[in-house]
Design a protein around this ligand. Structure first.
Ligand code: HEM
Ligand code: SF4
Ligand code: SF4
Length: 405
């Protein structure tokens, strides 16, 4: 006798997917065209048809423990081929946004930060914290003379403590999310008996190799042009983080304070400082150009990028504002305009604090969950043997009438 499976739908989760931009999910009539055209989907139990069904039925546990939602690159090829206008690419994006909330620790922060009504207040919170830091240090006043950032925000226990706390919090929250995701995946997507997987360590190394160049973006048909801006953004962010870490090590471990390079430092320290400075400038350019390019694509190439939700705009907007204020801070300092330089630096630092402290809750969390899902998929042997070229988009179809949900 066949096994009877009890379906436990979660209607709140369906509503959340709809709120996050998956409103067309109910149009899906399970024809599986999307799974056939997806170049990144494995042969066995391919996506995204099954995810469309699970989303319609509100099968939250299956979606939370599904590595496939993170293997999807939102290239939109399935969306343009879907005969029902069910927008599977956008639905998967909405599922990812909803799953981030479910995996988050604590969930309430993710719920708040991804809602337009709370977002502005949360964006201002780091400014308030930095303001308190300056008040505590007595630096909340004009600073005539040469521009020295430490005049505004001295590296006090309070200032450094705040950044360490925010970063530490992100590591803890991200770590809890990763453990939860792994446990869910083990339960909902166990390895097939005859699949040939890699040991976890080797799977992780392989996943990191793949994500460093993001070659899978090149398999996309519709949204392939996103490959280079994402690479710029990725390496820009990495370079900026390495520069910040390098400057901190120079100061704390070798007692060589900023600026980078410090003209009073020994020759080796000057050279290292110069290296970090160049890396930092390249990082800021990558961050600014990459995020600006992606923002522009979402605004003018909607036929290729698909629909964008608040979840997409907020993350891209904060990245762009961070890159822009960082670049402006550098330029304004060169012009020696203290009236502009200090406020610009203040806004830039607040944005950095926001970005880093919300990494586990916004779209930025894809850094954690995609890496984990890619590792898990390689570990259980769930991979695409050969990535085929994407099919060309079909001629535009007349829009279907709106349906009552
Ligand atoms: C672990 C490394 C990373 C992986 C595997 C990864 C992968 C992806 C994938 C597959 C997408 C397309 C799907 C989507 O829009 O959700 C994407 C989008 C995006 N990623 Fe990443 N990413 C990584 C790191 C980063 C980093 C470090 C940043 C920024 C600092 C970043 C910023 C973005 C942005 C802004 C988008 C949206 C692009 C658009 O507007 O079309 N990613 N990422
Ligand atoms: S999303 Fe579209 S293409 Fe995919 S199964 Fe549903 S109706 Fe078919
Ligand atoms: S958006 Fe692209 S990667 Fe994602 S399911 Fe559709 S075709 Fe596959």
């Amino acid at each position: 006798m066949s096994k009877i499976e009890r379906v436990d739908p979660d209607l709140k989760f369906v509503r959340k997917i709809v709120e996050n931009g998956g409103g067309s999910v109910k149009r899906c009539y399970q024809c599986a065209t999307c799974s056939v055209v997806c170049t990144l989907s494995p042969k066995d139990k391919p996506f995204p048809r099954k995810e469309m069904l699970w989303a319609q039925w509100g099968l939250k546990d299956r979606l939370v423990g599904d590595p496939d939602i993170w293997l999807c690159h939102h290239c939109g090829d399935c969306t343009v081929h879907c005969p029902r206008g069910a927008k599977p690419g956008e639905t998967l994006q909405a599922i990812r946004a909803s799953v981030i909330s479910e995996l988050s620790f604590p969930k309430a922060i993710a719920e708040a930060v991804n809602k337009p009504q709370y977002f502005p207040a949360l964006l201002l919170l780091p400014m308030l914290l930095l303001g308190v830091t300056m008040w505590e240090a007595g630096t909340l006043k004009a600073h005539p003379g040469p521009i020295i950032w430490g005049n505004l925000l001295p590296h006090s226990v309070f200032f450094e403590g705040m950044f360490m706390l925010l970063m530490g919090w992100s590591v803890v929250a991200g770590g809890v999310g990763i453990v939860r995701q792994w446990q869910h995946m083990k339960r909902m997507c166990p390895a097939d008996k005859d699949a040939k997987g890699l040991p976890i360590g080797a799977a992780f190394v392989q996943a990191v190799k793949e994500l460093l160049w993001h070659s899978r973006f090149e398999a996309c048909g519709q949204n392939r042009a996103r490959t280079w801006p994402h690479r710029l953004l990725f390496f820009g962010f990495l370079s900026a983080m390495i520069t910040a870490g390098g400057a901190a090590i120079l100061e704390k471990a070798f007692h060589i304070p900023p600026p980078l390079p410090n003209p009073d430092a020994a020759a080796w320290a000057y050279a290292v400082g110069m290296f970090f400075k160049i890396l930092g400038i390249l990082g800021a350019v990558g961050l600014l150009v990459g995020s600006g390019w992606l923002l522009n694509r979402r605004m003018v190439n909607q036929d290729q990028t698909g629909d964008s939700s608040f979840f997409d705009w907020a993350f891209l907007g904060v990245l762009f504002a961070t890159g822009l204020t960082g670049t402006l801070t550098y330029i304004v300092r060169l012009t020696n305009n203290a009236t502009l330089a200090y406020p610009t630096y203040f806004v830039h630092l607040s944005l950095v604090a926001f970005l880093l402290s919300t990494i586990a809750y916004t779209k930025f969390a894809h850094v954690f969950y995609r890496t984990t899902a890619m590792t898990y998929a390689l570990h259980i042997g769930r991979t695409v043997e050969e990535i085929c070229p994407a099919l060309p988009a079909p001629p535009p179809q007349p829009a279907l009438p709106e349906q009552a949900s």
